[in-house]
Design a protein. Sequence first.
Length: 536
Amino acid sequence: MSQDPHTSTPPPADPPVENEAAAGIHAILDGWGQLLAPIAAVGRDRLDPKDKRFAGPEWEHPVFDLVRQGYGVMADAMMNMVDTVPGVDPAQKARMTFAMRTLVEAMSPANSPLTNPVALNKAIETSGASLATGFQNLMTDLQRGQLTHVSPTAFEVGVNIATTPGKVVCETPLFQLIQYTPTTPTVAKTPLVIFPPWINRFYILDLSPEKSFIRWAVAEGLTVFMVSWKSADASMKDVVWDDYVDAQIAAIDTVRDVLAVKSVHTVGYCVAGTTLAATLAVLTARGQAKKVKSATFFTAQVDFSEAGELLNFVDDANIAMIEKLSKDGYLDGRYLAMTFNLLRGRDLIWNNVVSNYLLGKDYPAFDLLYWNGDTTNLPAKWHKSYLEDLYRDNKLAKPGAIRVSGASIDLTTVKTPSYIQAGREDHIAPLASVWKITEHFTGPLRFVLAGSGHIAGVVNPPSAQKYQYWINENSVASLDEFIAGATETRGSWWPDWISWLRGFGADHVTAAGARIPGQGVLPAIEDAPGRYVRSR
């Protein structure tokens, strides 16, 4: 378009002028920077290049470079102080180390708007709007009593997560049983029953369609049932571990009856895997072990002698505090969420403090973090006995030390073929602890070590082509021996698992009749994912 010659061209706008306060701050910092640069350069080689807290270019300024270096020296001194305390037993020293590390992480200069140059620059650039937004985020989190990791409106259960088609076909005061709609013309005769942990929502195994273990298993020709546990309320004040074992047995029997089959395959994830081990022992004691054709354990523990940093929360003081927090007969799930966040405080707490409060950033839309914040409440009696009997006293690992549902538990009697998956970087169920299942069960076992941790090590679909897994086909006597002779395979371990499962029989039936949710002896109650997963 040609310009009208009678129209005057306005002069170019002057570049934005930095306000006087910002200019003054920068001038002072630059002046000190020139003086401190030689000192900062001396200690720079001692910095950890992998520490993301101080990775931004703003930290290269000599003033803030010295701040982070000084923090590193102080942090090392504080941690070394714990190591040199004499006359302390290993358990107490582990608690002291954990507490000191938590304190040291909280003291990081990255966590303060006055000593974080990235936050300072952001505040200057936005004329303080970033800090105002951050303060609003802080107030919102204080009101809800929980740290926000993800946009609360980005996801809705049953709409864009937990969307695998199915029906709730059974409901009890403790759980709903979901049967998923087949997507293949025939299905394996033996169905799969999945027990997720009741300390979280079941849809960790049914996030987006491309990540969903459930959707993948259905596509592989399995008839899949999922237990969806009810979040505890005051009506569950008398619920104990026996009730969860009985619930697992009830779900197994329900599926056997609905499909008219003699046995089922089972999966137990985390605490539900611990419970599945007890369930197998109870069934064995009753002469009913054949109800379960196979058992798969996702990051589950049965011997808690090496249970990692969660052992720091089972001393008398912590158990007494939990009792005080459970006056209504249940423990608010936000307490447990904070406990798990503390295990990875740098990533799950302080990283979000910086992003949400100091920088005022928009929340990401990340399904895994949404699930992580979707807390569930726990029955108080069960939780207390779980901490005392299993974590603290390790009774499940001692034959006859504990009775569940009228049976004396002896894991060495369990001969059910089992697939045991552990995460190499699992901070909740450490590798060495999961391995101990192999030292108790006496049936045929397949141990698989997956890359990553407690969640990503499990939720790793083949399509993602991420991580790896290790298997040692030889008979080994220890974890060290397993690792030394293990073969690494790139990608997901799911195909190895389905191949193992198919080894129990190739019989298939038409995906019709009772294989369609609601068309068997149990009518459909409601669409998946059901009401219980939405209850708070």
